[in-house]
Ligand binder design. Sequence first.
Ligand code: GLA
Length: 395
Amino acid sequence: MSVSKAYLACFALAAISFLSVQPAVGQKNDLAARPPMGWNSWNHFAQKVDDASVRAQAEAMVSSGMRDAGYTYINIDDTWEGERDAKGNIQTNSKFPDMKALADFVHSKGLKLGIYSSPGAKTCAKYEGSLGHELQDARTYAAWGIDYLKYDLCGLRTEMRAAPTPEAANKIMVAAYVKMRDALRNTGRPIVYSLCQYGEDAVWEWGPTVGANLWRTTGDITDKYAKMAEIGFGQAGLGRFAGPGHWNDPDMLEVGNGGMSLNEYRTHMSLWAILAAPLLAGNDLSTMTPETIALLTNRDVIAVDQDSLGKQGDRVSAEGPIEIWTRSLADGSKAVGVFNRHPSALTTRVDFSKLGFTRPVKAKDIWQSKDLGSIGAPYTVTVPGHGVLFLRVSQ
Ligand code: GLA
């Protein structure tokens, strides 16, 4: 072999080994090419979730039309965990007599099943976590037929607090998330990997490198306008970290839980769609009103959220309580949200030439399901208190 050939071979080998240790984005499969859609037990059921309520959600997801609208995951949050057996295998507690049978049932409805754990010894609700059992737990989940894991930091704080510096604590956390990523990959089963550590240490910067398909960017949402708005409007600037396979997660939906008005829930849905956020319903699907179903299944809202470009939107302007957010969509159109954060109605003018369009534009009012035709001048509109004018605008 000539010197130059040997040099080339060395270079190629070095390149291959370099590439093989590079962290892959997402779970290295086509999981979560679009923001995950589904349901999660925590916001409504919290520790009361059990086998019967999960089955009821799966049935309601189908009968309400949510499955056909794109909702897929039925995610069991904290409090399903039992003790470990003599070999260290995690078992369910008495609320979940047979997780494999439950997964089979959920799959038989054309849906997928998600579960929850912590990298710490205990979960947030003080149930059994995965610390020291990561591979074993991932294998158990795969054997049950689990399709999604929410991995919630909580218990690992004990280990992190004992670290000498914040940097050392961060290393412990990142290593724990890498460990479960590798454990999940090792099972060979595609399992969506959802990080929950409340957006600490700018998780959006390193989430993709630990294989996360999504990562929570904030603390817990509640069913109140103030908290939902604080979280949703607080997402400005995070868009560049998200994309197909790896999403910012501003937490689950509260739509239908009763603590917000119709206009406030429309703001919640519109904002989450512009943010390319996971749409994980957090209400009781088995007792939904037609109004809640309409909020959750609005096809135009879902089309914005699930747009194939996967480009998260952002704030364009904030003038007092009026905020305009836009999101670029695959067909060249834009979702435009004109939000009124004031409790009473306000009238404002939308100048499309400031939103990247030359006039006239064509617009559809998404919530009114009304084609507004061609708009040639700044558009004057009255937005209800805490409400939104949500448009799909094209040239
Ligand atoms: C944390 C998470 C919540 C939920 C609970 C469960 O608070 O942020 O989403 O999973 O734990 O204990």
